[in-house]
Design a protein around this ligand. Structure first.
Ligand code: GRF
Length: 203
């Protein structure tokens, strides 16, 4: 069974989705550590579920993170709305074991400054025909690591950024647990499966 750490900064809806999939036995893992960059709905949820939770927001947190991750024997780090850059110390030690979910089709609409509603507003403004969800390995740069899986969602005529955001978030809650499940089942096999083709919402 894999030990999972989830990093958050906000509402924690993906954290909840992962938690639920573990509870239902879908994922062969356990969330043993939550790290949050601030007190938020997600950290409250983690506290309620008695998951060891740390709010860390001071600069130079790399060493502190490594200590916590090592202490809890973490196999996989899932970024779920975590808004800070992961210290390079952590990337080096946990390379290929840190994944992130992003609510757009990377490499488009990713990188510094692309977070929250800004992403969806930019997608609509650019008249894109489709958007979606990307899950990728995390490296030293925002949203630049190897893409593991993407789910394409067709944008509807005159769709608002808010509507698109909520449709995408629903897909995130399905896709993230699925990918984590694959990783937990067979880490080596998982890497060989990349990139996973999940098709579009019409399939
Ligand atoms: C999600 O849209 C995720 O893709 C992005 O941040 C948002 C986090 O939402 N990285 P939540 O905190 O899981 O509700």
């Amino acid at each position: 069974m894999k030990n999972i750490s989830v990093f958050i900064s906000g509402s924690g809806s993906n954290l909840k989705a992962i938690y639920k999939s573990i509870e239902s036995g879908e994922i062969n893992g356990k969330i043993v550590l939550v790290i949050s960059s601030k007190k938020c709905a997600g950290s409250q949820f983690a506290n309620k579920k008695k998951i060891t939770t740390y709010v860390i927001n001071q600069p130079n947190i790399g060493k502190k993170m490594i200590d916590l991750l090592d202490k809890h024997n973490i196999d996989l780090i899932c970024l779920a709305g975590y808004l800070k850059l992961i210290p390079s110390l952590v990337i080096k030690k946990y390379r290929n074991r840190i994944i992130n979910i992003h609510p757009a089709l990377l490499p488009k609409f990713g990188g510094k400054g692309y977070y929250g509603m800004r992403i969806h507003e930019s997608v609509i403004k650019a008249n894109e025909k489709e958007s979606g969800v990307s899950i990728h390995f995390v490296n030293e740069e925002y949203d630049k690591g190897l893409i593991i899986a993407q789910k394409v969602i067709k944008i509807m005529k005159n769709e608002s950024a808010e509507n698109l955001a909520s449709r995408i978030l629903k897909e995130e809650h399905k896709l993230y647990p699925k990918i984590i499940k694959y990783f937990c089942e067979d880490e080596k096999g998982f890497k060989k499966m990349i990139p996973l083709n999940l098709g579009s919402d019409e399939n």
